[in-house]
Write a protein that binds this ligand. Sequence first.
Ligand SMILES: [Cu+2]
Length: 724
Amino acid sequence: MSPAAAWHPLDPLTPDEITGASLAVRKYIAIETDVKAVKFITCYLLPPPKKAVLAYLGIPLAPGAKPEAPVPITRKAEADIIDLVNGRSFNVILSFQEDEWKVDTFDLLEEGLQPQISVEELLICERIVRQDPLVIKLAKDVGVSPEEINCEGWSIGFDERFPKSLRLQQGIFFARFSRHDNHYAHPMDFIAVVDSNSEKVLHVEFAAHYKPSPNGPSLSAPSTQAPPLEADQLAHANRGRIPPPRPAFDFLPDLMATTQENFKLRDDVKPLHIMQPEGVSFKLTGTQIEWQNWKFHIGFNHREGLALSTITYNDHGEVRPVIYRLSLAEMVVPYAAPEHPHARKFAFDSGEYGMGAMANELTLGCDCLGQIHYLPGVYVNHDGSPHVIQNCICIHEEDAGVLWKHSDFRPGGRSQTVRRRRLVVSMVCTLANYGESPSMAARRHVLIALAEYIFNYMFYQDGSIELEIRLTGVLQVYIAADGEQTPYGTIVAPNVSAQYHQHIFSIRVDPMVDGIHNSLVETDIMPAPAPTGSAENFAGNAFTATDTVLKTAAAREHEAGRERRWRVVNPARTHYSTKRAVGYGLGVKGAAVQLMTQHDGWVGRRATFTKKALWVCRDEEGAKGGRMWPAGKYVPQTRDAPADSIGNWVEDGASIENEDILVYLTVGVTHIPRPEDWPVMPVEHLNVYFKPQSFFDANPSMDVPGVRDPHSVPAFGATPQTCH
Ligand SMILES: [Cu+2]
């Protein structure tokens, strides 16, 4: 491969590269192994070593240093495949040499390790259950015909009753009474367990329900524990069958007009357009973008979706590295209902399904307003062919209010106002609902949301970066019996229960503040200990910020009462005025979340990252890349956090002072559903900030022009005011 000018070593595999790599895997299998048939689950870039990437791009490793001399970079790929005959899984590493892909390693995964659940497998789940005679009968018993059965494939979470070797999903049922009906309004009262390798329904089960009692709702079953597989599941749940609620709660306006009395779209919203008459202010070279002194690479993979790399800021001619790589490394959504089988609901949307594989094809003028540039996203299909999501990554600029302003209030004093502009790189992911669809191509058109996550990476002119996660979509709901109330959910509509849950994200930050050797500083804001009236603190007003440099790998709590904050610093460079090491703050205030479940429960055991607000460890690059996945590389069906996951990374006690470090931030939302979140939840925001702190000499945005917008006019035609 001869790198083109626009080539970046972290460019995702192209569709042609995926085709080439999967062909090489097939060839290898045919010649070297006894494997008869496979399905591809993943096929993606195995990134080159960090130092090689930085040398290639001419980014220095230390402040003021010269970049290292470039070294040859071999293009590598990694694939996970499953043997269709016996369900064994393999990890394959390939490299591109002499104009073709070659298999370097072909490793059988330990029994029980499952590559992530593919989009096709989620669809297979629905197909399997619809053909199953027991499912058809159980649906019929509550008035639902076979063609009305909708089923969502979910990761199984945790269930020791099944062998590890099976590739399991749980199917959660809804009825759909017309083609585009919101089927979440019609939850059904049973759940299936399927094996996506043998394509069989293995088991059907019934949750216990809550009955009113003088002491509040009481569970109909003797325990929240799962009964043995051979037990009569309905008898164990100790309740009758419950037919799905029928009332429609549509979200499509034409359907609402027919299913809701007096429904009418409001008619007092007048057009609001965003115009950039001279075009956009960003420049793209391949997948590298430059905007307002920022330069970075936009990558994509099936698992994280968007990943931004080699983020630098041009500070008056000096290209200063800030972050090597920034991405959503993991997330989990634990649900609070303890009764079997609801306790199994804690999907790892990233590690089990893949945020990239769930990314939407975006629509100009709806998802994104203004002048938009889109990039595609690619992942592999079961047959090894590339699946291209067109318009997957959206790039645009937005006005974001005032950047800075000052008025001299004295008579004749002048004022200056500068508008804030931001560059937004975003992706929208839809989790866990893939309605009926005859083909993968058509699939995109029948998507409606169970949960939609909008990931916005936003860059500002003052040197700050913001990651905003927006949550919307339809609540995951279950059926409630007439008059049933549960301690673990909200009855958002009659017979529709929305269980309490959390959305917990792990943001992976691989910092390189002025180079790759960084330290982490923890700051607590505290009142000075000297009492009011004392010589040191007579008025009692003193408070101070106490910095502690963390010496070794650690997991830290977010102490809200101390306004605890963290920053990544480079001890090799000191600010000219503050005399502090140059740094970037990691702002999680308002976004930090605590795992609300028992910490030794299933969620805590599998998703260690949820137990602390911040994790910091050394990055260690091996043959299969650096430390990446906080809940492990292979997440589906784990029963404990794997050895190669975050809890163990911080246990190594490695020095993290002035080292190549990794930071994982745990942020999230605890969702106690409201009826106002139904039938579709209005968007909720979660924000994480990366802000320069003693990094620049002063406000780096003083040179942003304060231009008066000639298109701004009085709302009601009054005399225009002048600025000054
Ligand atoms: Cu939620």
